[in-house]
Design a protein around this ligand. Structure first.
Ligand code: SF4
Length: 234
């Protein structure tokens, strides 16, 4: 693909978002949550595992520990028993209790509504905070970049950054702010349905005419350490 100007890349990114909107006009979170607190816990649990797996454990989890007050007093080992079918369940059970304790001690029992405060909660990074702000409070401060979004943004050459966190900054720079809100859900769906990690369905793809990876993509990009991190380690 010839070198693309920033303006042309912005226009292509906007067109991609427009087509995603046509394909997926009504996307909803697949996670079952009822309150901002249960949303935080659901998203925290969903790292490195599927939403379906999370939805299987949360009915018992939230019936025993429905809010921050109850979960703050829980024994992490008991929570671990309930969520042991999902990945990293031991670490996640500790994060559930510690995040609940912080919500009580530092935020008056309410889930905070800013990126800065949310990312102080144990187990909550920028991706999780973006999802919670968006889904629980309708606040759009960024774009949650998970494995699917990172793969697609890289394939579409909207970023060449080595990590999802850095890729988000490129996306925020080229996608108009009013289009940020549905990006995560729509791209996840498209990444599952069409632009799969292995053997993407390029023939007949609705982005075939504007995708620089048509017929050439396979696998997920491997997040790499940035140059700075490599220099520090060296
Ligand atoms: S053309 Fe292929 S690589 Fe490009 S978006 Fe479509 S499925 Fe993905």
């Amino acid at each position: 693909m010839p070198r693309e100007s920033k303006r042309a890349k912005r226009e292509r990114a906007t067109e991609i978002c427009r087509r995603m909107g046509e394909l997926y006009p009504h996307v909803e979170s697949a996670l079952n949550f009822t309150t901002p607190f249960t949303m935080v816990i659901c998203v925290l649990l969903s790292a490195q595992t599927t939403d379906v797996a999370v939805n299987k454990v949360t009915p018992e989890l939230f019936s025993r520990w429905p809010d921050a007050e109850h979960m703050a007093q829980a024994n992490p080992a008991e929570i671990a028993e309930v969520i042991r079918s999902i990945g990293f369940y031991r670490t996640k059970s500790v994060h559930c209790v510690e995040a609940s304790q912080m919500i009580l001690s530092e935020f008056g029992g309410e889930v905070p509504r800013t990126m800065k405060e949310l990312t102080r909660l144990p187990g909550v990074g920028r991706k999780t905070a973006n999802i919670v702000l968006n889904k629980a409070f309708g606040i759009v401060e960024g774009i949650a970049v998970d494995t699917h979004v990172f793969r697609l943004a890289t394939r579409w050459k909207l970023t060449n950054k080595p990590t999802p966190l850095q890729a988000e900054q490129d996306l925020l720079d080229i996608i108009p702010q009013e289009l940020w809100e549905p990006v995560n859900e729509q791209w996840i769906h498209f990444g599952r349905d069409t632009c799969r990690a292995q053997n993407p369905l390029c023939d007949g793809c609705p982005l075939a005419d504007i995708c620089p990876s048509f017929g050439k993509a396979n696998g997920n990009p491997k997040p790499r350490a940035s140059k700075t991190a490599r220099t520090k380690r060296a």
